[in-house]
Write a protein that binds this ligand. Structure first.
Ligand SMILES: [Zn+2]
Length: 356
């Protein structure tokens, strides 16, 4: 009985695959035999990929749309990524404005059977914490020059306009890591274990729907990781709540949800729309902020150049440590089999060191 069911399922899979493989037959059939005809799920960015793999285990073929080690802000899929989505059964993305390319790309796909899942659905979103934009608008316009003139206004007023701004802007960029164009809402929801649990639950529900035969398996994986996330949240709370300092100086403001959960405040070294380095005025502001607040640590990230952090560190006597936004893994992290949980543990260690 089970075998027959499996056979029918396989057959259906083959028919489905051949139905939507115009122009890609050769690749499809070799992929299909390699991956034993598992349903193909594409996750947009690393944290979503990691969560999806944890729930899917070996039952589904889970791949990442973005190349590993790439910063997600401002990234757009190439023809290879689009081809992968044409041949996928499900696409799971973070949403909340992180992947500005989804509307355009998904609308252009001929794969009309693709199931699309926004993992952050149901998360209580907070606004991007770019308080300096509101407090000191003149300064921001000066600082940005002509480069992306109306970006702040557009971003705050209208989400769609922000997409346009991102695209235009990106044409001028040479640097992989500098495309920080956050929308009006903070997209880094996974950095809070509470939100990670919501995302994992959404992913679990989507996988159960996609592949009902393995529903129990997905449910039990989710239970296991939900418990780990509860424990991680409790550990963060316990470790951070009694420390004397509450301010962190970071490269880009990716920690809004973490700050909200544990009563911290983040100060971003880079302006939100800064293409390269903060200007002299911003540097001076940050340096005096560090001195006034007795900050001892400047946080950098695994995927960005720590040059600016190093300059500030040498001016202030701070140490430079990594606080990962978990947007993508460095080669070293891949080699060490790091994942969401191991990085969150390292982050906590570094936070405790900075705040005591
Ligand atoms: Zn970010």
């Amino acid at each position: 009985m089970k075998n027959i069911k499996k056979f029918i399922f396989l057959l259906a899979g083959i028919i489905l695959l051949s139905g939507c493989s115009k122009g890609g037959e050769a690749k499809n059939s070799s992929d299909a035999s390699n991956k034993e005809n598992k349903l193909k799920v594409y996750a947009s960015v690393y944290p979503i990929y990691d969560f999806t793999k944890k729930i899917a285990g070996d039952k589904l073929d889970v791949e990442m749309v973005m190349p590993q080690g790439t910063e997600p802000h401002g990234w757009e899929p190439d023809s290879n990524a689009i081809k992968n989505l044409e041949n996928a059964d499900m696409f799971i993305y973070n949403g909340a404005g992180l992947e500005s390319w989804t509307d355009k790309v998904l609308g252009s796909l001929s794969n009309k059977d693709l199931k699309v899942v926004e993992a952050s659905e149901g998360v209580d979103l907070i606004k991007s914490t770019h308080s300096h934009d509101h407090e000191d608008e003149d300064h921001d316009h000066e600082a940005e020059g002509n480069h992306n003139h109306n970006h702040n206004h557009e971003a705050e007023e209208n989400h769609n306009h922000n997409h346009e701004a991102t695209e235009n802007n990106h044409d001028h960029e040479d640097h992989d890591h500098e495309g920080h164009h956050h929308g009006p809402m903070d997209p880094h929801v996974w950095i809070s274990p509470k939100n990670a649990k919501i995302e994992m639950e959404n992913i679990k529900n989507a996988l159960v729907e996609l592949d009902k035969d393995n529903a129990d398996y997905y449910e039990s994986n989710y239970k296991k990781y939900a418990k780990m996330l509860d424990e991680l949240d409790a550990k963060y709370k316990e470790s951070l709540e009694n420390l004397p300092k509450k301010e962190i100086v970071v490269s880009h403001e990716a920690y809004g949800y973490l700050c909200k959960d544990y009563g911290l405040t983040q100060i971003g070294v880079k302006g939100v729309n800064a293409e390269t380095e903060p200007d002299a005025k911003k540097m001076a502001e940050i340096i005096s902020y560090i001195k006034e607040n007795n900050i001892t640590t400047i946080f950098t990230e695994e995927l960005i150049d720590p040059k600016v952090s190093n300059i500030i560190a040498s001016e202030t006597g701070c140490q430079v440590k990594v606080l990962s936004p978990i947007e993508g893994l460095s080669q070293e992290q891949v080699d060490n089999n790091e994942d969401y949980f191991s990085i969150m543990e390292e982050n906590l260690e570094n936070l405790v060191g900075a705040l005591k």
